[in-house]
Design a protein around this ligand. Sequence first.
Ligand code: NG6
Ligand code: CA
Length: 504
Amino acid sequence: FSLFITILSLLALIGCQKQTTANNETQKDSKPNIIFVYLDDLGYGDFSANGAKGFTTPNIDYLANNGINFSNGYASSATCTPSRYAALTGVYPWRNNLKILPGTAPLIIDTKQPTVPKMLKASGYNTAIIGKWHLGLGAADKNWNEHIAPGPNEVGFDYSYIMAATQDRVPTVYIKDGDVVNLDKNDPIEVNYKEKFEGEPNAIDNPELLTMEWHHGHNQAVVNGIPRIGYMKGGKAALWSDVDMADHFLAEVKTYIKEKAQEEKPFFLTYTMQQPHVPRTPHPRFVGKSGKGPRGDVILEADWCVGELLKTLREAGIEENTMIIFSSDNGPVLNDGYNDDAVELLGDHSPSGGLRGGKYSLYDAGTHVPFITYWKGKIKGGKSNALVSQLDLFNSLAALVGSEERTNDSQDVLSALLGESTEGRKSIILEATTRTSYRKGDFVLIPAYKGAKLNKKVNIELGNHDEIQLFNLKEDPFQQNNIAPQNPDLVKQLLGEFVQKRGE
Ligand code: NG6
Ligand code: CA
């Protein structure tokens, strides 16, 4: 009899376990881990699955070939700060006239504002950001030697391990949950973007210290032989090593994933790599590997990081339970202020994949960037021409996890992101250094803007023109034919919609 009871209870236990597994499966399907892999200045054509020439990126290609590779994926802006703001808040950056921030800038996200990490946190997620931030920290007159807040931890991230701004801007230190890592209180950090510190070396007065040449800007503080934007003093023990930066952030990412894989709660990880932004400082393992100089080498380094990320997910047993969104904050640039052979060794590679313009530009290459979604077992591999934007992460991820929260500017394009539909947005407003354009369907309307047509320093066409420009991207993806003069009615209609959407 007791054997019978034991068998019965065993059966019950098995049934119970099945039930829990089933529950876990549904829970995991609707609340997968989400990893947003965000590169800095990677162009649409900068990985081999999108036609890169002369080097191969097997790991990014793996995501592209086994997930959805979007041919109409957009960043919200042609520069970093505004794009990152839009991706994390679901609000158009031009509403607040956002520009590239100095390293000393205060936090530009209102701590009361809804954000993607806050929304996910409220839906039961652990949340973290590891890598580049560039959305300001604390107050304008902050003391870098004290706890720095508000920052990522006050806008929804439970954990943050970041650089404040960019690799070319001081302070060149890592900040963990609001505190400078390895700070020696006896060697306090001071940062100033206006005046140099007496007695501190700088790029103009001490050219003998430089291991990298500046081309424009980037002639202030010298750290690790690299001239930077802004002046800095102190904090010697806390200074980062540029060549180790990729490994350093990756190690953080691995630790985070391994740790959170053990927990019941799913996680949202924003992994913001610094590559291939300047200064390009590949680890010695990657030097010379691309044949394209440091810019190509750091793309290979970033690609390797993607491979390591996948490996980590597999080892933790959570690959089928994790959605990856891969993109870049803005389009590509070759010489962005340092002489690093990016132009000289380019060969026949086109970082933008032939798209016109580049970083800073209202032409397509400014914002038309790599955009891939990958979720093993859930997303079938394929290509999609749905129009999707990083702005849409908010509403789409909210829909995915069953949150009721939405923002006005973001759109729910979840079914496109999951490859279940090829319907994306109908239209979008794009931005480049506070100028805006309007894409609707295959048409792009760029209003007339005064100002230089070409940024000579970076050699990129900015999109400024005396006349309104209209392009049909389906027939003319490289924007060679302005068809505005022949289509006055369409111009009028699009301009009307654009003005209305901009609320002017
Ligand atoms: C520009 C820098 C450029 C880069 C950019 C920000 C100069 C002359 N140029 O002002 O090198 O740092 O800002 O790039 O200083 S972003 O990708 O973060 O937007
Ligand atoms: Ca960028």
